[in-house]
Design a protein around this ligand. Sequence first.
Ligand code: NAD
Length: 254
Amino acid sequence: MGQRLEGKRAVITGGGRGIGKAIALSYVREGAQCVITSRNLDDLEATSKEGPDGAIKPFVCDVSSDESVTSMAKFVNDELGGVDIVVNNAGIHAAGRFLDIDPATYSRLYEVNVVGIVRVSQAFLGGMIERGRGSIVNIASTAGLFESPGQAPYNASKHGAVGLTRCMGLELASSGVTCNAICPGFVDTPMLDGFAELVGAESDELRNQLAKRTPMGRILSPDEIANLAVYLGSDEASGMTGQTMAISNGMRMS
Ligand code: NAD
């Protein structure tokens, strides 16, 4: 076990599977205590069992509901006595041609992928600002950095998450709380299975097609995203805020 997050308390939304799960398991390996949240208790409990005894606590929470986030924040503060790291990872996807997607889909994605970040961050910022330290890590996407075909609502919401990260970084800069975003490219998670279903492709076939579109020629593993989330949650990153960092299968050079 490492020491990079020793003594830190973290909340990770969407922590039952995919990227959020990898972040939770990396965080506890580095000495943090975590609460993981999502809408699916089975996923949360299964992930919790993969960590050391009692280190990952599950709590069902829908980030698109004020009430749900308020009860989650109470649970987290009761269990952990406060929070040092908030990982806003919960997210949803949609696919289709621009002309075929109705406005309600944009609202649904914005509510989770952007307002969810606001809701959860605001629920914990009071304590973080009072203590004069803390890290907020938003999981955005390369879809927040450049155009992607057939994903307009997802792309728009992830551009929103990137813009929000910059504004939060700026406004919180003097408080000691940092806010940064990770922009993953294609990552091997259940979200890609949902993507395949939406476009009527086999999961493996979609993964192969996506891999071929990238300079690296492969899909990333969730652990490759979690490695950066560990750094951003640690004191090593204390001087960095408002940044968006791409782990993009080589699709984004900067
Ligand atoms: P996933 O679908 O496997 O996991 C998403 C998690 O978010 C699930 O646990 C789900 O229950 C949770 N969630 C969804 N809506 C929620 C809500 N309203 N309230 C609470 N929890 C909710 O996806 P993933 O690939 O692990 O995605 C994690 C994050 O990474 C997302 O924000 C996603 O947009 C982003 N991302 C994923 C990829 C990729 O290729 N997989 C690429 C770039 C960015």
